[in-house]
Design a protein around this ligand. Structure first.
Ligand code: KG4
Ligand code: ZN
Length: 346
């Protein structure tokens, strides 16, 4: 495939993002310009993302961000080979803003449009950052998703496991809320856990030992509530101990669940994949305890553990542009301009 320069747009949740990415003849990726505007402050007052506020903020910021991304890349629209915009899954108002903007630019500049699945963006990021060959395993752990995915080829994915209730980031956020810690909960719980005793509370580890590769985290939140209610008054040390024990339960759960996934990968690709790899993505991938757990698990099982730089683990438009580039280079067709956004899209 010739070199491709793709403009990416991401508006599925609470970051507005635009990026220009290059995919060269040999398939190597380079981020030429990348801007992300987080709406964290707009939503923190409400303890979560408010869809209507998010959609309006995307409208206000997106045009300027796209111009900024092009400028930082040192290109104009005429240098761009295609537009890639997230079209699901996510909050429908935000998706409409990004996808309609992408369509308008594609129409006005007569360039192809790729309507990208946000999860595909996360799934292919390790090829942009590390040039990882197919196949590999990817663990996506964010506020909205907890999935273990086999990434076989561009557009060819198998979901091996998913959460049957809360996403992992959601469990962190709900636990923080229960304990009176600030939003977003993940960083707050991790901070508190640093001075806590991880063995003080024995929290449940649902589905551990089961053959299927799914996750469940809602019971954990209930156990945290009960632990907090059983102590009065709750001291700062109690909160630290609860947070540390909560992370400990998650580590042990992931060790079991992901451990089984690695074993299945080795079984399926025995002798054909020389360097098996596990990639992590999503906001929860910022958590040091989780990273250490996965690193150890990979070391023990002969897997490479790949954690892309944090700003590429969380939501961004470079991964969307890259997914567009990969689809185009693979010869997959562009989308029609009547393509509709999808709030749900497995
Ligand atoms: O990928 P992301 O930025 O946004 C989406 O959900 O799409 O992920 C945000 C989630 C939130 O639930 C947040 O609490 C969690 O990632 N998170 C963390 C940490 N930093 C962010 N969870 C645990 N430990 C962290 N250090
Ligand atoms: Zn995401």
């Amino acid at each position: 495939s010739p070199p491709l320069r793709i403009l990416g747009i991401e508006t599925s949740c609470d970051e507005t993002a635009a990026s220009v990415v290059l995919r060269d003849e040999s398939g190597r990726g380079e981020i030429l310009g990348d801007v992300v505007l987080s709406q964290l402050e707009e939503h923190s007052l409400y303890g979560g993302v408010v869809p209507e506020i998010a959609a309006r903020a995307h409208v206000e910021a997106l045009d300027t961000l796209i111009e900024e991304a092009l400028m930082r890349a040192g290109v104009t629209l005429s240098d761009i080979d295609a537009i890639a915009a997230t079209s699901g899954p996510g909050l429908i108002g935000g998706l409409l803003v990004g996808l309609m903007t992408g369509k308008a630019i594609a129409r006005a500049s007569a360039k192809p449009l790729y309507a990208i699945n946000h999860l595909e963006g996360h799934a292919l990021t390790a090829r942009l950052t590390d040039g990882l060959p197919f196949p590999y395993l990817m663990l996506l752990v964010s506020g909205g998703h907890t999935q273990l995915i086999l990434v076989k080829d561009v557009g060819v994915y198998e979901r091996w496991g998913t959460t049957i209730d809360d996403a992992l980031g959601e469990a962190f956020d709900k636990t923080a809320k229960l304990l009176g810690l600030p939003y977003p909960g993940g960083p707050a719980v991790e901070r508190a856990a640093k001075s806590g005793n991880p063995d003080r509370f024995s929290f449940p580890r649902p589905l551990v030992g089961e053959a299927r590769l799914d996750f469940s985290f809602s019971g954990l939140k209930t156990a945290v509530r009960q632990a907090a209610q059983s102590i009065a008054p709750v001291t700062e040390q109690d909160i630290a101990d609860i947070c540390a024990s909560f992370q400990n339960a998650i580590s042990r759960t992931l060790k079991d669940r992901i451990g089984r996934g690695l074993a299945r990968f080795k079984e399926q690709f025995a002798g054909t994949v020389e360097h098996p790899a596990l990639v992590v993505a999503g906001g929860v991938a910022a958590n040091q305890t989780l990273r250490a757990t996965l690193q150890e698990l990979c070391d023990r099982n002969g897997f490479r553990f790949i954690a892309p730089p944090l700003q590429l683990c969380t939501d961004n438009a470079a991964m969307i542009a890259w997914a567009g580039a990969e689809r185009m280079a693979a010869g997959l067709p562009a989308d029609d301009l009547d393509v509709a956004p999808r709030s749900r899209w497995p």
